[in-house]
Design a protein around this ligand. Structure first.
Ligand code: NAD
Ligand code: UGA
Length: 463
């Protein structure tokens, strides 16, 4: 089967960039990305590509080139489903906030809605691709809905999880380590797999396209995220030990990372990992394991989250302790709110939790982030429901300029590793702060010796 029309349901951080790259690399395929969120679709269609809703280096350019030619963003979901031979489901799968599995399981209501809509609308055979991250065996549920509520047409379900990281999405999509496609072992399943392989093979070398059964593919996605997050929690655990023993976590990371069995990537100690997926996916893995009665497996992975929560909390606790056990009424400036550099995404960012702790201590937070709008910051804090929205607004202020943000502060806390923070005029920042002037570098990006020379009391993670 030759694919000529693709529909992607969900125009978020995955759907948008992924489809933009497919459209650019496959000029013979019409790609339509649909979403219920009208504002989001309007932003994707903004004539000025600087206003598209996802900030990713290089993305605006690709969208600008393909949009209107073979890349379309629309709210007409039924029409796009009807036309397409292949449909990616790329909707959000957040942690459940109610009922059974609350706080642990993935909420699959958006997935089910998509399946029911596809079944209702489809008048021709289609390949349905799980792009969202899903619990192992979700394809079974999707198949049951499609087969029981459809119009008698045939559906093949594939799992094709996405491994891109935010901030490097375009790079990751253009040159992925691998593309994973899981499908049924039947001849029809294999045919569907090959149809999707042919799409990716327009730019991904075939030897990097891995074919498995559906369940291996679904589980590999959760496993990959669990392993990645586990490395961050492991090095963060060691960072606390370093602080007690005069070992330096950067030196330890380098020393162990040179062992090719360990590898050097993903060993940066930090204030704790954030992002929409690591925590959600591990909680989901823990929930699934418990559901199968595998308590030791569940406890093993849960520890990754426990360590991460501890790392965030001890960062804020250390700020309070170091500032003479009180931050009440003191200005503490956050540089960075995004969960990592080069993205405007703030979901589960460590900054949110550190701010919440410090506001509990009545600190006044000053904030500068190069890409995150202040409205988003407020809504992140409100989402925690620790206090009223009015109160949150009393305790946090955003600045257009980093120097203004740091002026008259008792301390600066670095929460995101934006490159530009390294190049600031730190002498100027020091001169305008209250003394002693403290820096809490939650990302280990500043030069410790230089900061101390200027006069800062400088504290990093793990040294
Ligand atoms: P997102 O929240 O940015 O986007 C999801 C979009 O789906 C939203 O715009 C929402 O309005 C839309 N949507 C929900 N239900 C819909 C429906 N029934 N019809 C039409 N649109 C609907 O989420 P995301 O970050 O793009 O993540 C999507 C999935 O991909 C998740 O399962 C996530 O775990 C996975 N994933 C995310 C990343 C990442 O870096 N963000 C990477 C790999 C995998
Ligand atoms: C992660 C994975 O890297 C992707 O492969 C996956 O597709 C994605 O999750 C997903 O499923 O959503 P992402 O969360 O976008 O990507 O970004 P990462 O680079 O993995 O960073 C996650 C968090 O860990 C960030 O807060 C980052 O600052 C932190 N981190 C990462 C560290 O603290 N230290 C490190 O060494 C690496």
């Amino acid at each position: 089967m030759k694919i000529t029309k693709i529909c992607c349901i969900g125009a978020g951080y995955v759907g948008g960039p992924t489809m933009a790259v497919i459209a650019e690399k496959c000029p013979h395929i019409k790609v339509t990305v649909v979403d219920l969120n009208e504002k989001r679709i309007a932003a994707w269609n903004d004539v000025n590509v600087d206003n598209i809703p996802v900030y990713e280096p290089g993305l605006g350019e690709i969208v600008g080139k393909a949009r209107g030619k073979n890349l379309f963003f629309s709210t007409e979901v039924d029409k796009a489903i009807d036309e397409a031979e292949l449909i990616f489901i790329s909707v959000n799968t957040p942690t459940k906030t109610y009922g059974t599995g609350k706080g642990m399981a993935a909420d699959l209501k958006y997935i089910e809605l998509c399946a029911r809509q596809i079944a209702r609308v489809s008048k021709t055979d289609k390949i349905i691709v799980e792009k969202s991250t899903l619990p192992v065996r979700t394809a079974e549920a999707i198949k049951s809905i499609l087969d029981n509520t459809g119009n008698g047409v045939q559906f093949q379900i594939l799992s094709n999880p996405e491994f891109l990281a935010e901030g490097t999405a375009v790079e990751d999509l253009l040159s992925p380590d691998r593309v994973l496609i899981g499908g049924e072992t039947s001849p029809e399943g294999q045919k569907a797999i090959e149809a999707l392989v042919d799409v990716y093979a327009n730019w991904v070398p075939r030897e990097r396209i891995l074919k498995t059964n559906v369940w291996s593919s679904e589980l590999s996605k959760l496993t990959a995220n669990a392993f990645l997050a586990q490395r961050v929690s492991s090095i963060n655990a060691i960072s606390e030990l370093c602080e007690k023993t005069e070992a330096d976590v950067n030196e330890v990371a380098k020393a162990i990372g040179m062992d090719s069995r360990i590898g050097s990537k993903f060993l940066k100690a930090s204030v704790g990992f954030g992002g929409s997926c690591f925590q959600k996916d591990i909680l989901n893995l823990v929930y699934i394991s418990k559901a199968f009665g595998l308590n030791e497996v569940a406890d093993y992975w849960e520890q990754v989250i426990i360590m991460n929560d501890h790392q965030k909390r001890r960062f804020s606790r250390n700020i309070v302790q170091t500032l003479y056990n009180t931050v009440s009424g003191k200005k503490i400036t956050f540089l960075g709110w995004a969960f990592k550099k080069d993205t405007n995404d703030t979901r589960e960012s460590a900054a949110i939790y550190v701010a919440d702790d410090l506001i509990n201590e009545q600190a006044n937070i000053g904030l500068f982030d190069p890409k995150v709008p202040f409205q988003q910051v407020l809504s992140d804090l409100d989402y925690l429901e620790t206090r009223s929205s009015e109160e949150n607004q009393k305790y946090i202020n955003s600045f257009e300029n980093p120097y203004e943000a740091c002026k008259d502060a008792h301390a600066v806390a670095i929460l995101t590793e934006w490159d530009e923070f390294k190049d600031y005029d730190w002498q100027k920042i020091y001169d305008n702060m209250l003394k002693p002037a403290f820096i809490f570098d939650g990302r280990n990006i500043l030069d410790a010796a230089k900061m101390k020379e200027i006069g800062f009391v400088y504290q990093a993670i793990g040294s």
